[in-house]
Structure formats: structure tokens, C-alpha cells
Design a protein around this ligand. Sequence first.
Ligand code: ZN
Length: 206
Amino acid sequence: MGWIDICIKKTISAVIAFSFISAIGNNAFDLYAQVCPQEAYQWPIDSAYVQKQLNGVFMEYRKGSTASADHFHDGIDIQATKGTSVLPCSNDMTVIGVTYDSAGTASNRYPDHSLYLQELDAPYRIFFYTHLEAIYVQLGETVSMSVELAQTNKLNHVHFNQGANTTEVNPLYSFVETRLCPFVDNGLPSKSHSIRRSPKPLRLPV
Ligand SMILES: [Zn+2]
């Protein structure tokens, strides 16, 4: 095999490999690949201006357990493996609350800490983070967006609220200029959710 033949084969292989990677990108990785406008709040985990996978959404119904009553979920749950860095969603925020708690059974307790942040120039904007393993900031500290506030715990998500004490709003859709980059669902609906045509013509009441 000559040198030119080898070059042609390598080029063809590279084109095939690139096409394969592109195909994967279209189907899998693009689901969370939206890059957000800089005027939006940054997502509270790294990388901040790319939307994240959500495990829970605002106001979904949650069945209670022995430890909690039935309730509506007051924030969003963002997928984050244990040890993920948690960030402020904006600059010039003050740490106004830190709680050190634990969760789990008596034989399997784990840290489950929480943080409250407040915007300096808009004090009514309060943000709550929970399911944290470790907290690296102090009560009263003012933080910028690049500061690592904390790391997530074994629950593998951060619960994030905009607002507090029954004034929570949906952080994805709260204010046009001050929200997280909206979540875009690029997944196709499954076939089981398609609407089937009725076998008989529908008769409307008169
Ligand atoms: Zn939650």
C-alpha cells in the first residue's frame, strides 16, 4: 500500500469518525447544550451558562413520607454528582443564612447543609440552595459569581429556590431579565404520548 493510499484511507476514517461523533451530538449531548444569554442569572453549578439536567421542577406534586407532608415542590432540582461546585447565580450577593443539618437514617447519616443568598441591590431577591456536603462561605460574606459556595452531597442534585417562605417563584420563568437561562427540552415525545384518532367520528353535544 502506497503512502497516498494510506493518506486517503486515514482521511476516509477521519470523516467517518467525525460523522459518527456529529450523529451522537445531535441525539444525545445536544439535549443540555443550550448556551444562555449573559444577562440571565447563571446556573448555580458549573458550567454556569449552559443549561443543566433537571430532576425536579417548580410546583410539581410531591407525596409526603413519614418525615414530611404532601407538598408542592418549591424549587428546581438540578442534577449534580456528589462533590459538584455550587455557585452564586449573580454577582454581589450576601450570604444571609447557613444551616448545618444531616439527613438519612441513624446508621447512615450524611451532611445535608443549606445556604441563603440575597442580592445586595435587590434585597427582595433571595435564593436558597440545599443538599450540600460542605459549605465554604461565612454568614455575612459578599460573594461574586466565581466563588465556590459549597459542594453537593450524595443526593446528587442541588435544590435551588428563587424566593423564600412561600414567596418562591419559578427560577426558570420568574422575570424576563432576571431568571436562569430557560430550560429547553430537545427530546422528542415518546410514541405512547401521541394522540390517537378516534375510530368513530366525535359527536359534540348540541
Ligand atoms: Zn428539590
